[in-house]
Design a protein around this ligand. Sequence first.
Ligand code: PRP
Length: 181
Amino acid sequence: MNRFKGKEIQALLTKEQIEKRVKELGAEITHAYRDIKDPLILVGVLKGSVLFMADLCRAIDMPIELEFMGVSSYGEATKSSGAVQITLDLTRPIENRHVLFVEDIVDTGLTAKYLYGNMRTREPASLRLCSLLEKPSKSKGEVKVDFLGFTIPDEFVIGYGLDLAGVYRNLPYVGVLGSDV
Ligand code: PRP
């Protein structure tokens, strides 16, 4: 059991487990895109994907470009309807380029579904999704995670990019908050 600011945190995925899986994902991605000509474009969805993105891109053994997108949902009611707004867009066109989204977690799948719809209009050569975590119990099954780190139970998780009210993103592992100390 770890502690952070007086809270107990139960590690769900240790630093070592994450490191190992990220290396495997990097190898899978390198193999999957081995024949493409232009650099692969990794698109991190802010903010949660930042830590995963930083580790994953170093585990991919081929030329890549980094892009980021900011998305925002306005309240749970709006989010559950799938209405997501772009707060930060790509810096360049992706037409005829191979694009891989990088997410920390696919929960309901609505964010990924929206991003897919938005990106398809830009006519990339291919569009795939890599997520460190997925909660299949909540996902509506409309989005396929092409490269998945871990399947997790339907619990509120923090760390390694994932936040609770903006904090805990810098924990080097994924955990579940325990009782107050
Ligand atoms: C999280 C996560 C995904 C999204 C997944 O982002 O990073 O983008 O939620 O949820 P969904 O599958 O139910 O749509 P969040 O809105 O918490 O923003 P953050 O990454 O800035 O923490």
